[in-house]
Write a protein that binds this ligand. Structure first.
Ligand code: NAD
Length: 454
């Protein structure tokens, strides 16, 4: 498998892909090793994750460079991801014991009832490239803490990072057959799903998620899918226009818009629409685009070349249907996967841009008459990952957000994930959840104990 630098198209490494037979062998080894791992104490497993955290801190500068070279994330943002990873690991370290503790739910003289949280066994974790440390660790860290063995397949667009994670796990004392890295692209993922694993935890696109769900259905295997979004934000007329525009431009363009919870659609109250549009465009114009290795760069290349065609198609479709291009709109002519930061106004829901995930530095801004129209448009989607409202009026925000179908809602913020809160989607955004204590328990099977006797 060739690893290309999306900033210039140069080949930076080659790594061997696992064959289907190789994946089956890794599966057998993890299956054989898992009971001994589950039998270790939680304290021992916590100690390995603490050491993993130390390894990440020790190698941080190198890891950030690798991530930037293989997926194009600006180096400052790679550092931000690694810094925030430490906070996520701390959450799991602090809360695993409570989440995994047996529960006494009835205590009577002749009858006791208990719940224990048993590991699932061997789980497959098929991951995405856009935040490989976050989306990977959301699954594999609680899975390991709960006593599971993990077959981790990083994305082919973050493969070097995936292998570095494997090395750090081993250095931290997690046996190689308890955390095994599977190398490869879609074919390796498909072969992994066919193993007799006890759980499949997937992060990626709706299209791949649907394929994986179909492959798992006959086996009744536990399945979690964290998929894409078309995340809307509504800006009310009572906001500070400048600060709302700055916050939302960042939410739309950070990581070149390649976040599952990136702001993908903006609805603006008609009274401030034009002022907001001007402030938004001015903010985006100020973003420095260029070499992702440069500390001052905010906008880098896209990780995947085919996404350039998706963005071009969305722009052409929108413009043909009457949208106005306020900024950008085309590829940047240089080697690698570059697209201009792009802002469109006069958009509506007949346009692909307002319906399909863009996953790039592209945003449509639509004028709305009132709160009711904003709510109707925000809910007019097959996705349901996050949604936000900007207004100083908390009661108004709560009233609006209560009507929105989505796993996460934001008031005066966006593109934000907290390890303390469950991360989940509705509809095409997926099934199941990660993070929070519920996300730790998601890696387990609750076992019910009916204990009758003295
Ligand atoms: P993708 O679906 O192209 O690939 C995801 C993973 O699936 C990769 O590891 C890939 O090799 C593997 N894969 C591909 N075909 C497969 C098959 N047939 N069987 C098994 N595995 C297969 O997605 P991507 O481009 O890596 O990630 C971008 C998508 O992920 C976006 O839609 C984004 O919104 C979503 N995402 C969601 C979340 C979330 O938490 N909801 C987080 C990050 C990314």
């Amino acid at each position: 498998m060739k690893i290309l630098n999306p900033a210039d198209g140069a080949s930076i490494a080659e790594i061997a892909e696992d064959s289907a037979a190789g994946i089956a062998e890794k599966y057998s080894r993890t299956r054989a090793a898992q009971p001994a791992w589950a039998a270790t104490s939680l304290d021992a497993r916590l100690a390995t994750i603490r050491r993993f955290k130390d390894e990440v801190a020790r190698r941080k500068a190198d890891l950030a460079r690798t991530l930037t070279r293989e997926m194009g994330k600006p180096i400052r943002q790679s550092h931000n991801e690694l810094d925030a990873l430490a906070g996520r690991l701390d959450f799991f370290l602090e809360h695993a014991a409570r989440a995994l503790a047996p529960e006494r739910v009835l205590e009577e003289p002749k009858l006791r009832e208990r719940i224990t949280h048993e590991p699932l066994g061997v789980v497959a974790n098929i991951s995405a490239w856009n935040y490989p440390y976050f989306v990977g660790s959301n699954v594999f860290v609680p899975a390991l803490l709960a006593g599971n063995a993990v077959l981790y397949k990083p994305s082919e667009f973050a493969a070097l990072t995936g292998h570095a994670i494997g090395e750090m796990m081993q250095a931290a004392g997690v046996p190689a057959d308890i955390f095994a890295v599977v190398s490869g692209a879609g074919a390796a993922g498909a072969a992994l799903v066919l193993q007799a694993v006890d759980g499949v935890f997937f992060t990626g696109s709706f299209a791949t998620g649907a394929r994986i769900a179909a492959a798992c259905a006959p086996r009744m295997v536990k399945l979690q899918l964290e998929l894409g979004g078309k995340d809307p934000v509504y800006v009310c007329e009572d906001v500070d226009v400048q600060s709302a525009a700055e916050s939302l431009a960042d939410g739309a363009m950070y990581n070149a818009g390649q976040s599952c919870c990136a702001v993908e659609r903006i609805y603006v109250h008609h009274r401030i629409h034009d002022r907001f549009m001007d402030a938004f465009v001015a903010t985006v114009k100020g973003y420095r685009c260029g070499d992702p290795m440069d500390e001052a760069t905010y906008l880098g290349p896209l990780a995947r070349a085919p996404q350039l065609t998706v963005l071009e198609r969305q722009v052409a479709d929108a413009v043909a249907k009457g949208a106005k291009l306020r900024l950008g709109g085309k590829r940047i002519a240089r080697p690698g996967n570059w697209f201009e930061a792009t802002v469109l106004s006069n958009v509506d829901h007949t346009m692909e841009l307002m319906r399909e995930e863009s996953f790039g530095p592209l945003i449509g801004i639509q004028r709305v008459a009132d709160d009711a129209e904003a709510v109707r448009l925000m809910n007019d989607t097959e996705y349901g990952l996050t949604a936000g409202v900007y207004t100083p009026d908390e009661a108004r925000a709560r009233r609006i957000l209560a009507q929105i179908r989505s796993g996460t809602v934001y008031w005066n913020c966006c593109d934000r994930v907290s390890p303390r809160l469950p991360w989940s989607g509705i509809g095409h955004s997926g099934i199941g959840l990660t993070l929070s204590t519920y996300g730790i328990q998601a890696m387990t099977r609750p076992k019910a104990w009916h204990l009758r006797g003295a």
